[in-house]
Write a protein that binds this ligand. Structure first.
Ligand SMILES: [Mn+2]
Length: 367
């Protein structure tokens, strides 16, 4: 009875239904995939954020660590992962940082609404070199392994994806080999100039090489200038006065997190620029410079930090500095939110670095 009663309705529906006409698949041709239209349209086929292997911002992959494969592929800027986290003093997990940051970089394309620059269409050839072959079992091995590539006749800039902050020591050794001592602009909630005798306990050389002592070691090795500075400091010191005295001795000035409330973005930028002067610069961003609300996925989170917008505004304003190397470190994706809060922020910061270099093409190509 029920089926019989429904039948007239089905019949009458069929009678008025229209055929759905699907458009031809315009973007696919026999010769391969091509953009949908002119350059000003979005390429939703080959430009998909989901296709291909996950390199940083879909940059081409070059195995920079094998001369045979790298020598015919010149590049200006290289992304290099440093999957290492045995130098941490709290939560581990930054060895997964490079992969996490690459996932956070899937949608990095286009022109900046603030600067008008599209770094992927600027002068620089940018590639992703994958991750460095590091051991995760010995802190002293990473610190003796150079991360730069030098066999191509010019010196590419390296953007390192950490890894814990110990990895910056090897990067500073590498930049020193090419450019001598650099000023370090160190965005962090912690000083990281702790004496290995204090943070490491003097137990062994191995214990003294960690993510809180690498800037002390860099100073002792003469890798950095005494025109360096920290930005965003707020973590407590271990010693009442000794840590600050040692920090000054290592060549650093301190901009505390709450200084932003007092002097604003412009005030901080002026202080940074006046401190480093004309010297060559290495920018190191420990993602814990951000407040844990904006970057929870890190090893030693400290409340009371910058917002993502504040950090990006400062970095944008640093364009024009002669940056010779940079990194973003201490990203431990396992602690991130499901919304990838931290890895998105880490990926954005790297774009800011490109802009700095883009403004200094003449300086870069002359060395
Ligand atoms: Mn740090």
């Amino acid at each position: 009875m029920y089926a019989y009663g429904l039948l007239p309705f089905i019949v009458s529906t069929s009678a008025v239904a229209r055929e759905i006409v699907f458009p031809p698949i315009a973007a696919i041709q026999a010769s391969g995939q091509v953009p949908l239209g002119k350059d000003d349209r979005v390429d939703i086929v080959t430009g998909s954020q989901f296709s291909g292997l996950t390199t940083f911002a879909h940059l081409p992959y070059v195995n920079c660590l094998v001369d045979d494969q790298a020598q015919f592929t010149p590049y200006d800027i290289a992304i290099l992962g440093a999957p290492f986290d045995t130098g941490v003093t709290a939560r581990p997990g930054a060895r997964y940082g490079p992969g996490g940051i690459r996932l956070g970089a899937r949608r990095l394309q286009g022109w900046s609404i603030y600067t008008g620059v599209n770094v992927f269409k600027s002068w620089a050839t940018i590639v992703d070199c994958g991750d460095a072959p590091l051991t995760w079992l010995d802190n002293t091995v990473i610190s003796s392994r150079p991360t730069n590539t030098t066999g191509l006749g010019r010196t590419p800039r390296i953007l390192t994806l950490g890894g814990d902050h110990t990895t910056t020591l090897s990067a500073l050794r590498s930049t020193y080999d090419k450019w001598g001592p650099v000023s370090v602009i160190h965005f962090d909630s912690h000083l990281d100039t702790w004496d290995p005798e204090v943070l490491g306990g003097g137990i062994s050389h191995y214990a003294g090489v960690n993510h809180g002592t690498f800037l002390h070691i860099a100073h002792e090795e003469g890798l950095i200038r005494n025109t360096s500075l920290h930005v965003g400091i707020r973590a407590p010191t271990v010693r009442r006065k000794g840590d600050i005295r040692n920090d000054i001795r290592c060549g650093f000035e301190i901009i505390k997190a709450r200084d932003l409330d007092r002097v604003g973005i412009n005030g901080i930028v002026e202080q940074i620029k006046s401190r480093v002067g004309d010297s060559k610069v290495y920018i190191s961003v420990d993602i814990d410079v951000l407040d844990p609300a904006y970057a929870p996925a890190t090893g030693t989170a400290e409340p009371g930090g910058f917002t993502t917008r504040e950090l990006l505004s400062i970095l944008d304003a640093l364009h024009g500095l002669p940056v010779v190397g940079a990194d973003v470190v201490e990203v431990a994706p396992i602690y991130d939110t499901a919304a990838e809060t931290t890895t998105l922020a880490a990926a954005r910061w790297l774009i800011r670095c490109y802009i700095s270099w883009w403004k200094r093409r003449s300086m870069i190509t002359s060395v």
